[in-house]
Design a protein around this ligand. Structure first.
Ligand code: FMN
Length: 199
């Protein structure tokens, strides 16, 4: 399938088939693909937590607002987290990178102050989300990106240390009657002339 067809067919799944489990070897591939996500200066300020344990998924579902049923029914939930502390980032991530990366960070990012540094770090994790959603679609795995979750409660349940939940992604296989699939609900996007500019 061409990437254009993948983009047309992927969609945010709203209802999962609870019996649809993703094979362990497929999960191992997804783990490796996430690890290979690109980021500015190769900063990699992330942690990806894969959850298939039913008890943990049930606990998470209770703090997932309108996403409750998806979290319960899906095969796996992946929690995307960002490193919490700028000092830890500088100590653990930056120190492993080539000198030119450190120079870029010290010149272009660090002078902007803590809030902007943290926002820049979070942006890197969002890049991995785009990478991941496309990957899943190319492997015929259905997915739901979810910002609509109680991220602090996720941190507590997962006993996160040094990292903070930004969002999660449910992955699995759709219920055959899921009304959000493009064959039932056509995709809505802004017109090309509103979002593409050619000079
Ligand atoms: C960062 C992000 C967070 C989202 N959070 C949720 C969510 O909490 N629950 C949900 O059902 N959909 C969520 N969505 C799905 C969007 O609503 C969806 O991507 C958008 O409407 C486009 O539809 P499509 O993905 O089916 O093409 C989220 C999407 C993104 C990219």
């Amino acid at each position: 399938m061409s990437f254009l067809d993948i983009a047309k067919n992927r969609y945010t799944t709203k209802k999962y088939d609870p019996s649809g489990k993703i094979a362990e070897e497929t999960i191992a591939q997804l783990e490796e693909i996430l690890r290979l996500s690109p980021s500015s200066i190769n900063s990699q300020p992330w942690k990806f937590t894969f959850i298939s344990d039913d008890k943990t998924k049930n606990e998470l579902s209770k703090v997932s607002f309108h996403n409750e049923q998806k979290v319960k029914d899906t095969s796996h939930v992946i929690v995307f987290s960002v490193i919490e502390n700028v000092k830890d980032f500088e100590k653990w991530n930056l120190s492993r990178l080539p000198e030119r990366s450190e120079v870029y960070y010290n010149r272009m990012v660090k002078p902007k102050g803590e809030a902007k540094i943290k926002s820049w770090l979070s942006c890197q994790v969002y890049i991995s989300l785009g990478f991941f959603l496309s990957t899943c679609a190319s492997m015929d795995i259905d997915s739901t990106p979810m910002e609509g979750i109680d991220t602090e409660a996720y941190d507590r349940i997962l006993q996160q240390e040094g990292y903070k939940t930004l969002f999660a992604v449910a992955i699995g296989y759709r219920d055959k009657d899921d009304v959000n699939q493009p064959s039932i609900t056509p995709k809505f996007r802004l017109e090309k002339e509103n979002v593409i500019r050619n000079i």
